[in-house]
Design a protein around this ligand. Structure first.
Ligand code: HEM
Length: 538
């Protein structure tokens, strides 16, 4: 239609002639008739589709209800407002609400949130969810909420998890020097530059974004070698930009569960909004430049060429990699998927640990003394051997305590892949979403020791419990077969970062108080409170 209007105005502009005008208006009548017929026809079809679709949905719903009524399902907490159910309490008062539900309904219960019944599982049965990967899936639950496959549509069949397990995680020892060599200058760049040469204390507001840049630098270096500011920005901001699809409340799910994700996918597919594109373009440009340079140098220098040791080079040397026909979009998407798993999680852990220490400066001296001792093993460039990480026992315990008290009330959302009977006889149906009540795990004295909810930084020192050691009392990295494989990498990076800043700076909260986590419904984010940093006087 727009095309016709455009053509008509063009014709009129050139020939303002009555004959032409009359021909055009006659043709317009035909067009109008044509469209009216078309709309009538499509209305008929549309009504047919709606009726058939509704019948299908109703029969699916009835058959699902018949199947579910045969199960011994967890009690559904009472609610007063239909459709809204428990959504309000879950979002605005999750800690108290879930605690009350557990008190009233027991270890496993269901709530009605965002148009869907969801099951919350307390500490007694949490391991069942994490250990049975044929029944519960973190990945499937994530896919139901996040349109990752349309954002990264060139990911291909190769699993990035497999690539990480083959090429990055077995080389943590080798990468530890590189990690420090890029982490320390990045810390210097983003913290020292602002402090300048003066020894005046400096206030930093919302350290998270700064921290994301610092944490991204070694990860970028290990994944793709040479980096620049544009790449660091992409690494640091990719997850934040895409998280919009997780942050926007799923209001459409009140109409039909899953509708919000469906609409999000249409928005991305139709090209209306896709926050991944600008980052993919930057990565493609950069990877292409790097890969071409490497291929040319290899050709030129032959056997004497020193291959760069990073993830990109490992992928380029895999069987099936065709250097004459490189699929850069697929390479970029594989890197993007790793950013989603690695950057925001490690940044969050690091920001929390930093904030927790700034909130409790009374522990600074003890940690400083440990780092000073450990630093005796550093070489002339200040680089520590990999083994030195094991000697940061107090720091490790501090980081574990910070991760333990990450602050989520319920987390580790899993989709049920087939009907399941818990050990207490309660059953959840296929397709149900289940969550671990992690605050229940953290509140338990028998699992955590005395004062389970209070931050006691050295409680793990003699407990043979490293920050990376998962278990039924510690779930920031999930558990079972799919427990986070990147946890050793993440803990190493946080330790190297903390070691360096404890030796160089004194830091405290500007408020002089403990800065609590920011609550977003049942989840928690690092505090954005201001921090005062000053250079340490040696
Ligand atoms: C403090 C930092 C991190 C936290 C808190 C964290 C947390 C998690 C959690 C909760 C899971 C789900 C586990 C489950 O299903 O039970 C997970 C999975 C995963 N994480 Fe992490 N992660 C962190 C850092 C990293 C890093 C640095 C990488 C990569 C370099 C990474 C790669 C992965 C991968 C590939 C998976 C999927 C594992 C699978 O499905 O088998 N993570 N992570």
């Amino acid at each position: 239609m727009a095309n016709i209007v455009w053509k008509r105005s063009l014709l009129c502009a050139f020939f303002s002639n009555a004959k032409i005008q009359s021909v055009i208006s006659k043709r317009n009548i035909y067009i109008k008739e044509y469209f009216t017929n078309l709309i009538c026809l499509s209305h008929q079809k549309m009504y047919q589709t709606i009726i058939l679709g509704s019948i299908l949905l109703i029969s699916l719903y009835i058959s699902k209800r018949i199947r579910e009524t045969k199960l011994n399902m967890p009690p559904l907490a009472r609610y007063k407002i239909p459709i809204i159910g428990h959504t309000y309490s879950y979002i605005f008062n999750s800690e108290e609400f879930i605690k009350q539900c557990k008190k009233e309904y027991g270890d496993i219960f269901s709530i009605y949130v965002w148009g869907r019944v969801r099951t919350i599982v307390g500490k007694e049965y949490a391991q069942e969810i994490l250990s049975k990967d044929d029944t519960f899936s973190f990945f499937v639950a994530f896919r139901k909420r996040f349109p990752g496959d349309v954002l990264l549509k060139n990911l291909g069949a190769i699993s990035p998890i497999k690539l990480l397990k083959e090429h990055v995680f077995p080389k943590l020892n080798f990468y530890s020097e590189r990690m420090q060599k890029s982490l320390h200058p990045a810390t210097q760049k983003y913290i020292d530059i602002d402090i300048g040469d003066h020894d005046e204390p400096k206030v930093f507001n919302n350290m998270y974004y700064l921290m994301a840049r610092i944490i991204s630098t070694p990860i970028a270096n290990i994944l793709i070698g040479e980096v620049n500011d544009e790449i660091i920005t992409t690494f640091a901001e990719f997850t934040r930009d895409l998280s919009i699809f997780l942050i926007i409340p799923p209001f459409l799910d009140f109409i039909y569960p899953g509708l919000q994700n469906y609409v999000n996918r249409i928005v991305i597919k139709s090209g209306l909004y896709n926050p991944a594109i600008k980052h993919q373009d930057i990565l493609i440009k950069h990877i292409k430049k790097q890969a071409c340079k490497r291929l040319q140098e290899k050709e030129k220098y032959g056997d004497s060429w020193k291959r760069p040791d990073d993830f990109l080079q490992d992928i380029m040397e895999q069987d099936g990699f065709d250097s004459n026909n490189v699929d850069y979009s697929s390479l970029a998407d594989r890197i993007c998927s790793l950013l989603f798993a690695a950057i925001h999680t490690t940044t969050g852990g690091c920001a929390n640990a930093f904030m927790d220490l700034a909130s409790r400066p009374q522990y600074m001296q003890e940690l400083y003394e440990e780092q000073l001792e450990v630093h005796k093993e550093a070489d002339e460039d200040g680089i520590l051997p990999f083994e030195a990480l094991n000697k940061m026992k107090k720091l490790d315990s501090f980081i574990r305590e910070s991760l333990r008290l990450t602050g989520h009330i319920v987390a580790l959302e899993h989709a049920v892949l087939k009907d399941h009977t818990f050990l207490n006889g309660l059953q959840v149906p296929k397709d149900r979403l289940v969550y671990v009540y992690v605050d229940d795990v953290n509140q338990d004295e028998s699992l955590q020791g005395p004062n389970p909810k209070s931050f006691e930084p050295f409680r793990h020192v003699d407990a043979n419990a490293l920050a990376s050691k998962i278990g039924k009392n510690y779930m920031p990295f999930g558990g079972g077969k799919h427990a986070c494989p990147g946890r050793y990498f993440a803990i190493n990076e946080i330790k190297f970062f903390m070691h360096n800043v404890i030796l160089k700076y004194n830091f405290r909260t500007a408020s002089g108080k403990v800065e609590e986590r920011r609550r977003v419904g049942p989840l928690a984010l690092p505090s954005s409170g201001a921090i005062i940093i000053e250079k340490r006087v040696k």
